[in-house]
Ligand binder design. Structure first.
Ligand code: TEU
Ligand code: CA
Length: 553
């Protein structure tokens, strides 16, 4: 295949915008749609092909928009539908498509469906949700915990039953087994698609069609049937991209979602490499350190699983994860080099990269010093579960410090601090206090400063994004891990026609002499280097976090 007959989303690079923290146009401290429009040139300069826009729909914002109250309206703090249409057309002018976030596993308890469902057990909307009788002693039907703390079963007095809420108490799950609910969702999706959006990122797709009585929450037997129906009713015949978020998919199940014959989705976001540094007991990030060998093995498994069919998404972070330089490499002395090296290693694999806002300038974790700086419903839920409510005697100095350390390493607010545009007032994000604190390092790390440097992270991202469009070996070539057991080096080769691309990177903080037979080559053309781009020959020593890639033709 040449570059011209592959789908646009395979050579394009995606960029995720978390609207609340991207750019504030009206000085209320909250990023908004007009703010995004004002920064479209930045995205065009970067070279991206589409934006994944985190939710901008009407919402009480208990989970920052992942709790939707009206799928046909824009949240007032983000702007109006006219602003959205402006965003769409201004983006189109720059060859940038807008991919919407579709959150249909659950909605907000403020959605009129839920309000009606609570008012009457006879209305059609009542069955849009999952209701169960209490146990004889009044307790919930089972012991399932909600992601953001407490029981997953919320007592609804007016109904006299429990309602299932997988995430937060005000995010009731939608009953996908109800055909009328599914029809409502397809109508809504088609309404957005008819506007000309570029596709959907679908939130927790793995939870659709869950079997509550069998206690099968993820990838339940009906899930694929519903995704196929969704495809047939909304996506078939349209030139859009879809990527489903699934924490459950593995290399063994990936093709069930994105195999060509399945007619479901184009890609999934998998979290196998993220969960590798999870604590299995906690079921979330624990004190485990990032382990390079595991990381390489997981990424390799995904590359191999989707080599012929399906397509990988490639990402280093998103609005739920820590900042990549802080999590995987070094966010101090070697920050710039780390940012480049991580991008080089991950985005020269086969797949479509998704860059999270701020990553293109190497933004770092937040490092908050006080509990009241946190905003995320997940972090605050964990805080209450572990240290009790405000005023609890479990909130002693040592426990609080331990909690702060953990949240600063792994919490979702790390990625949600405002975009650092300049070294000036409020980092150029807003004209008044932002909804969440700005990272104190904005004077040093910001778009203006980074873009002023030819050796900056932004310039390097531009190179990668451009190479993906011009070098078919990056989008189409085979993938072979080199030295899988090496504790410090991440190296791989790609092959396509008569070309060979080798990527070599040092994931450690000290010099490493890779000493690999694959490096004894002549006639190589340097392709990309975190430093010293003009060095002749394959590097015999890689400095801390250094990366180097070359072509042999
Ligand atoms: O995330 C799904 C999800 O499983 C996360 O809550 C995850 O468990 C957690 O972030 C790990 O730290 C999606 C959205 O990306 C997230 O922002 C939403 O809060 C969630 O769904 C509910 O819509
Ligand atoms: Ca605003």
């Amino acid at each position: 295949m040449t570059q011209s007959n592959v789908p646009w989303w395979q050579t394009a690079t995606g960029y995720q915008i978390y609207p609340r923290s991207f750019c504030d146009s009206n000085g209320d401290g909250i990023g908004d749609l007009r703010g995004i429009v004002s920064k479209l040139d930045h995205l065009q300069d970067l070279g991206i092909g589409f934006v994944w826009l985190s939710p901008v729909y009407a919402s009480p914002m208990r989970d920052n928009g992942y709790d939707i109250a009206d799928y046909f309206e824009i949240a007032p703090e983000f702007g109006t539908m006219a602003d959205f249409d402006t965003l769409l057309s201004e983006a189109q002018k720059r060859d940038v498509r807008i991919v919407m976030d579709l959150v249909v596993n659950h909605c907000s308890s403020d959605h009129c469906w839920f309000v009606k469902a609570c008012q009457s057990v006879d209305c059609p909307e009542h069955d849009f949700f999952y209701w169960r009788q209490p146990q004889p002693d009044g307790s919930p039907p089972d012991d399932q915990r909600a992601c953001f703390g407490g029981s997953a079963w919320q007592w609804v007095e007016a109904v006299g039953k429990y309602c299932y809420c997988h995430f937060g108490p005000q995010q009731p799950d939608l009953n996908w087994h109800n055909p009328a609910l599914r029809r409502e969702i397809y109508t809504m999706m088609n309404w957005w698609l008819d506007k000309g959006i570029g596709g959907f990122r679908i939130d927790v797709i793995e939870l659709l069609g869950k079997d509550l009585d069998g206690r099968i929450y993820y990838e339940a037997p009906d899930m694929h049937r519903f995704i196929q129906e969704l495809n047939q009713k909304c996506l078939a015949g349209r030139d859009v991209v879809t990527v489903g978020e699934t924490w459950s998919a593995t290399p063994d199940t990936a093709l069930e979602y994105c195999g060509r014959d399945r007619r479901e989705l184009d890609m999934v976001f998998n979290f196998n490499h993220v969960q590798a540094s999870w604590d299995p007991k906690l079921g979330r990030f624990g004190p485990n350190q990032f382990d390079l060998s595991t990381h390489k093995m997981i990424l390799n498994d995904w590359q191999q699983a989707l080599v012929e069919d399906g397509w990988n998404s490639l990402y280093l972070s998103n609005h739920d994860l820590p900042r990549p330089v802080s999590h995987y490499a070094n966010d101090e002395e070697h920050r710039v080099r780390s940012a480049k090296m991580l991008a080089m290693v991950h985005y020269l694999m086969k797949g479509t990269p998704f860059i999270f806002q701020g990553e293109e300038i190497g933004m770092t974790n937040a490092r908050f010093t006080s509990l009241d700086q946190f905003r995320d419903i997940e972090t605050l839920g964990q805080l209450t579960e572990r240290l009790g409510p405000v005023g609890s005697n479990r909130r002693d100095e040592e426990s609080v410090q331990k909690f702060l350390d953990g949240a600063n390493r792994h919490g979702r607010d790390n990625a949600r601090t405002p975009m650092q545009w300049t070294g000036g007032f409020l980092a150029g994000f807003s004209e008044s206090a932002s909804w969440i604190d700005i990272n104190e390092n904005y004077k040093e790390i910001n778009v203006e400063a980074d873009r002023a440097s030819p050796d900056g992270v932004f310039a390097f991202y531009q190179q990668i994004i451009s190479l993906r469009k011009t070098q078919p070996i990056i989008t189409q070539g085979s993938f072979e891990l080199i030295a899988p057991d090496h504790a410090a080096i991440f190296a791989y080769a790609r092959e396509w026609e008569d070309q060979r691309l080798v990527v070599l990177a040092n994931f450690s903080g000290v010099d490493v002499a890779p000493d690999l037979p694959a490096l004894n080559v002549a006639g190589l053309t340097p392709l990309l280097a975190t430093d010293r781009p003009n060095r002749a020959g394959a590097p015999q020593i890689l400095e801390a976090y250094e990366g180097y890639a070359w072509l042999i033709e």
